[in-house]
Design a protein around this ligand. Structure first.
Ligand code: ADP
Ligand code: MG
Length: 449
């Protein structure tokens, strides 16, 4: 199949040819015609498989073919969970609009509010934005969405994870008319919250799933290593960084303070590393991403802030220094390599405090994962045994038997590792209950907008 088979506007076709795209990827083959027919879509495909063009091309086509519903309102709004991803989508959109009369603007959290008001006054056709800031402008009446034709949510599940459902509902309500089309894209769209949300936002959506979610990504080689503690994780990391043939590397850690500490440790050993975290100001974030994209740094140490969508073609390795708490983020983190048909390596370090996350990931991927070891690094930790369910033999309705149950000695789990030495999910092991989605949001939202 060729792009010319879609019946796209000739000017758009010449732009595609000019950009050097010849054959549509599989998700593009399915999603572009379905979106062009006007269907709402819940579309998922593996990381790096070209989802951005799969929604940008039908959006461009719709604007070229249909008359605008309003002269002033934006016609297409594209939302993403992070500023970095919004910038990337915007850059790709600009390539497509360069040969057209359509104006596109970027509205991000952390940037000057009044400058954005001026930009919105120019009545752009496209807005690419992070949801929090766009919702603020909407509340203040800086633009209206009565004429919106297409609402696109890239990495829709992550926006919900981060607690943006209110803002998304507000944007949805402001553009609530019969002619509006809505497209949801991600590599992971099967969880219940997405379905619930889709029922509210989408009209008779078509589901398109191409090798998404837990499906094996054949271009990414996954390796898992056990580690007793932080010191061993650092030794393993040092081993990989000095022995593996690599281009650029992204290292994911659990927290912001870990990114800084680890990046400093690496630069101290003369490795060219830089840390990206949500607490930096936008100027610093931009500068770090730009210099990493240009290849000025070999290693980017970051959190799940960078797990979604970023398309950095020279990333040969992803290293999970800590396992992600949100199971889906594993798929997205490792998807920063192996993009557009290239090969990549994903290395994951699993310490005692990562074990719970690891088991969840193993279940999500629906495969039994085995561990690799490194010569010279002796690891005692072999995983945690699942807790056995308590068998209560005494009759529950007598005082005596209750006492008998309560007074049994507590089982003491002997630990052969030091909790505090591990940079993994210290909190999880100490908590009695697992974190609620709200608590996870609260802890990760600060990273975002
Ligand atoms: P996803 O959103 O699925 O993770 P992206 O849209 O970021 O993937 O695309 C990944 C890479 O593939 C980008 O560098 C993009 O330019 C490239 N790409 C997209 N479509 C095609 C195509 N039809 N042929 C070749 N490369 C493509
Ligand atoms: Mg994407």
């Amino acid at each position: 199949m060729q792009f010319s088979d879609f019946g796209l506007d000739p000017r758009l076709m010449s732009t595609i040819e000019h950009l050097g795209f010849t054959e549509p990827t599989e998700i593009q083959q399915y999603a572009i015609p379905a979106a062009m027919k006007g269907h709402d879509l819940i579309a998922s495909s593996k990381t790096g498989s070209g989802k951005t063009l799969a929604f940008l091309l039908p959006a461009m086509q719709r604007l070229a073919k249909n008359r605008a519903l309003s002269k002033r309102d934006p016609r297409v709004v594209i939302l993403t969970p992070t500023r970095e991803l919004a910038k990337q989508v915007f850059a790709q959109l600009r390539l497509l609009t360069s040969n057209s009369q359509f104006k596109a603007v970027l509205i991000l959290g952390g940037e000057n509010f009044n400058d954005q008001v001026k930009v919105l006054e120019k009545d752009p056709h496209f807005i690419v934005a992070t949801p929090g800031r766009l919702a603020d402008h909407l509340t203040q009446g800086h633009f209206h969405l009565n004429g919106l034709e297409l609402l696109i949510l890239d990495e829709a599940d992550r926006m919900l994870d981060l607690g943006f459902s209110k803002q998304l509902e507000q944007i949805n309500k402001a553009a609530d008319h019969r002619k509006r089309q809505t497209l949801l894209f991600s590599a992971t769209l099967d969880h219940a919250q997405v379905n619930e949300f889709a029922t509210e936002l989408l009209k008779k959506p078509k589901r398109i799933a191409v090798e998404a979610g837990h499906t094996e990504h054949v271009d990414i080689t996954k390796r898992f290593y056990l580690a007793d503690n932080l010191t061993q994780k650092e030794a393993l990391l040092h081993h990989f960084l000095t022995s593996e043939k690599s281009q650029q590397i992204i290292i994911f850690t659990a927290t912001r303070s870990d990114t800084d500490r680890l990046a400093k440790m690496l630069t101290d050993t003369d490795l060219n590393a830089v840390a990206l975290s949500g607490e930096l100001n936008q100027g610093q974030r931009n500068q770090i991403m730009d210099s990493f994209a240009k290849g000025q740094h070999k290693i980017l140490v970051t959190t799940d802030l960078a797990s979604r969508g970023l398309d950095l073609i020279n990333v040969s390795h992803v290293i999970n220094f800590d396992m992600p708490k949100h199971t889906e983020e594993f798929v997205h983190r490792i998807g920063r390599t192996g993009r557009a048909g290239t090969k990549g390596d994903a290395i994951s370090l699993v310490g005692p405090n990562d074990w719970l996350s690891f088991k969840n990931i193993e279940a999500f991927l629906q495969q039994k994962i085995s561990f690799t070891s490194v010569e010279g690094i002796k690891v005692k930790f072999q995983g945690l045994k699942p807790k056995k369910a308590k068998v209560v033999k005494a009759k529950p309705d007598t005082v005596k038997s209750k006492k008998a149950v309560d007074s049994r000695p507590r089982k003491v789990i002997k630990k052969t590792f030091l909790d505090n030495d591990d940079a993994g999910a210290m909190k999880i092991i100490k908590r009695k209950k697992p974190l609620t989605p709200q608590q996870i949001e609260d802890s990760t939202k600060k990273e975002q907008d």
